[in-house]
Write a protein that binds this ligand. Structure first.
Ligand code: HEC
Ligand code: HEC
Ligand code: HEC
Ligand code: HEC
Ligand code: HEC
Ligand code: HEC
Length: 505
């Protein structure tokens, strides 16, 4: 009996499941293809559209094909069990018959088209899920703080994945797996506010930061000028110029010194933190290149030997100092200093720093509420306290209010509860403990060494005072002078005892 002798049997595809599959696959393809070509020729990718084209529709179409196949198999199984129904045999292909030749060519072409389409969508999906737009915009509400702060940072042109995933297949797979959970968490609103740091699964800095920043690069000293404005009526400016001894170096070429040298290259430093945020560090172990080991313990927050053995020490890397290379939530006082220095806010408006900082530090439920409160709050202050000035300088006051509202939108995110308080910056020590988590003069070893709090160990002050008095003065090394007399030696304290981003209120 040859194939053509068979009585004509209805196709296995004639079943409701396969029918639904055909409809689903055809509709999603018919819908997706034109969108895909539109997206490829347009210059801007819209993140939600891209999710639809490269992730949702291919998934639905593949599901449709799956339904077709499943329906056919199920139909075959059903007909087998009912003798009155005819099960069509698998087709026999005879390439001598022109009809079969045409069918084979058609089938191969169709398969190739599908494979090409799948590769294009797969490739685009890969690139899209690696893009800044995907990370920063798709989960718009959730990633808004990180994405906004990132855009104003020195790393605004570095893709999220270059720090959060890095090169290599295993981290790629890990990131996609945790990404699946994150999508679930976002759709079901099961995510913490703020998103927690430290990022427990952050890849070691050697494999991310060091891909771009050569650790032994010698930076020498960096001269920085800090311009501040006090909270007095005149918003008195105060400037500090200092050399920060960043250093670094390669022992083979010499010139090794400075912060990067001591902390990154010459020594291995491990520590145990008392809290999840790594703000309190009671135990530090240093291993010198020769193998000599020294353990420092805080005299203020001692850990018991049992607590130390129970803990897994973390090896210090770039991110323990540079924890905010990209998501910098500037504290209100620093943000205002910058706005005043750049003339975005007129520093001749009395008490403008104090009032703006006070408004920025307020408690708000939403960004919209905060921006409205800031605009009316600042204008009302001048209207009631300086009515004459309010009449003459409305434009300046309005501009100051607008700028303060913008500062809020760039740095404080009430919906996600993200701001300078929950994401302190560990570079420096004025508004947060930062370096003073260890360099507080209270971490001592059994043989009497203390982690230094010497004000000249990390930097030297070259000039300080009101900018007008500094003009024309030669730069010279000098001890720190606190801009306001606190009736005590503030260098004996941690600066963060009083400085918290809103000092002077
Ligand atoms: C220059 C490197 C770098 C880039 C680029 C970068 N991040 Fe981060 N990110 C970090 C570091 C470092 C941390 C904090 C790590 C820690 O303290 O454990 C972090 C933390 C986070 C956190 C946790 C919450 C927080 O604010 O600490 C989120 C969420 C995040 N990043 C998302 C993103 C997104 C989205 C992008 C792209 C728009 C991005 N990151 C780009 C380095 C980077
Ligand atoms: C893809 C490359 C890349 C990666 C990865 C990267 N950076 Fe950068 N980094 C840059 C570029 C580019 C700049 C800007 C240089 C400039 O402005 O001159 C920069 C600047 C910096 C600066 C100087 C900031 C300033 O205020 O001028 C620091 C500090 C820094 N990066 C630390 C880090 C840390 C920490 C990581 C890892 C979490 C990291 N970077 C990852 C490329 C990278
Ligand atoms: C002990 C803390 C500490 C560690 C660890 C550390 N840095 Fe730094 N780094 C600093 C300080 C402090 C500065 C000075 C910049 C400042 O004050 O803003 C700096 C400056 C830099 C700069 C800018 C230099 C310049 O002159 O423009 C880069 C880039 C940088 N660090 C990258 C890294 C990388 C990459 C790592 C890890 C291999 C790292 N740092 C580890 C404290 C540290
Ligand atoms: C986890 C604790 C820890 C933190 C945080 C930390 N350091 Fe250190 N630092 C140490 C230890 C430990 C030593 C080495 C002490 C020794 O040699 O025994 C050291 C040494 C140094 C030295 C060399 C000091 C000398 O006497 O010559 C410099 C400079 C330095 N650190 C800068 C910084 C800066 C800048 C920061 C903040 C951005 C910082 N460190 C944050 C633990 C820390
Ligand atoms: C372990 C290193 C280290 C030690 C010790 C240290 N500093 Fe600093 N200090 C820094 C770093 C790093 C910065 C830069 C922060 C930045 O770039 O924003 C800084 C910044 C400053 C600034 C400028 C801050 C601002 O916002 O204007 C002052 C003032 C200052 N330090 C004073 C002191 C005094 C006083 C002491 C001694 C009690 C001291 N420092 C000890 C690392 C150190
Ligand atoms: C006992 C509390 C106290 C301590 C400790 C303290 N400060 Fe201050 N500091 C103040 C007050 C109050 C002001 C005035 C704030 C204002 O007018 O806005 C001020 C102002 C400043 C200013 C001028 C800029 C500004 O924010 O107004 C600098 C810079 C400064 N302090 C640096 C430091 C440093 C560095 C340390 C640590 C070595 C330190 N302070 C420790 C209370 C303190």
């Amino acid at each position: 009996m040859t194939h053509s002798d068979h009585p004509k049997s209805p196709s296995l595809l004639r079943n409701p499941v396969s029918f639904v599959g055909i409809v689903v696959a055809a509709m999603s393809t018919a819908f997706g293809l034109p969108l895909m070509f539109l997206d490829m020729v347009s210059r801007r990718t819209h993140p939600y559209l891209a999710v639809l084209i490269y992730l949702v529709l291919p998934f639905v179409a593949t599901g449709g094909v799956g339904l077709i196949v499943f329906g056919a198999l199920w139909e075959r199984w059903r007909r087998r069990r009912r003798p009155e129904l005819i099960v069509p045999p698998l087709p026999q292909i005879d390439l001598n018959q022109p009809a079969h030749q045409a069918a084979v060519v058609a089938a191969v072409t169709a398969t190739m088209v599908i494979v090409i389409l799948l590769s294009i969508t797969g490739y685009r999906a890969y690139h899209f899920t690696e893009s800044v737009k995907f990370c920063g915009l798709v989960c718009h509400q959730v990633m808004k703080p990180e994405y906004t702060a990132y855009q104003y940072s020195p790393h605004a042109r570095v893709a999220c994945t270059q720090c959060h995933v890095g090169p290599g297949a295993d981290w790629f797979v890990r990131s996609k797996l945790s990404g699946l959970y994150q999508v679930y968490a976002v759709t079901t609103h099961r995510y913490p506010r703020p998103i927690e740091t430290p990022v427990k699964s952050l890849r070691p800095a050697q494999e991310t930061c060091e891909q771009c920043h050569w650790p032994a690069k010698f930076f020498g000293a960096q001269q920085k000028t800090f311009t501040h404005y006090l909270s007095d009526e005149a918003n008195s400016p105060w400037q500090i110029q200092m050399l920060i001894k960043v250093g670094g170096g390669n022992p083979a070429t010499g010139g090794a010194s400075g912060i990067h040298w001591h902390m990154n290259i010459a020594k291995t430093i491990e520590y145990v933190a008392a809290d999840k945020q790594r703000e309190v560090i009671p135990w530090v172990r240093v291993t010198e290149p020769g193998g000599h080991v020294r353990v420092y313990q805080s005299t203020e927050v001692p850990l018991s030997p049992a607590q130390v053995t129970a803990a897994t020490p973390r090896q210090m890397d770039c991110v323990d100092c540079h924890n905010r290379p990209s998501h910098i939530y500037t504290p209100p006082d620093r943000a205002l200093d910058a706005a005043l220095e750049q003339g975005r806010i007129d520093s001749s408006l009395p008490y403008v720093k104090r009032e703006a900082v006070r408004l920025l530090a307020g408690t708000y439920r939403s960004e919209a509420q905060a921006m409205a409160a800031i605009r009316t709050g600042l204008t009302r202050f001048y209207e009631t306290t300086y009515p004459d000035m309010w009449r003459q300088r409305q434009a300046d006051i309005q501009r100051a209010a607008e700028e303060t509202a913008k500062v809020f939108a760039r740095t404080i995110f009430p919906e996600m509860k993200a701001d300078w308080r929950v994401h302190p910056n560990h570079i420096g020590h004025r508004n947060t403990d930062g370096c003073f988590r260890c360099h507080d003069g209270q971490h001592a070893s059994a043989d009497g060494h203390v982690i230094t709090k010497d004000c000249n160990a990390c930097h030297t002050i070259l000039a300080q005072g009101a900018p007008a008095t500094l003009q024309g003065q030669p730069l010279r090394e000098q001890p720190f002078q606190h801009p306001v007399d606190m009736g005590m030696d503030v260098t004996e304290q941690k600066c963060s005892l009083c400085h918290n981003g809103t000092t002077g209120l």
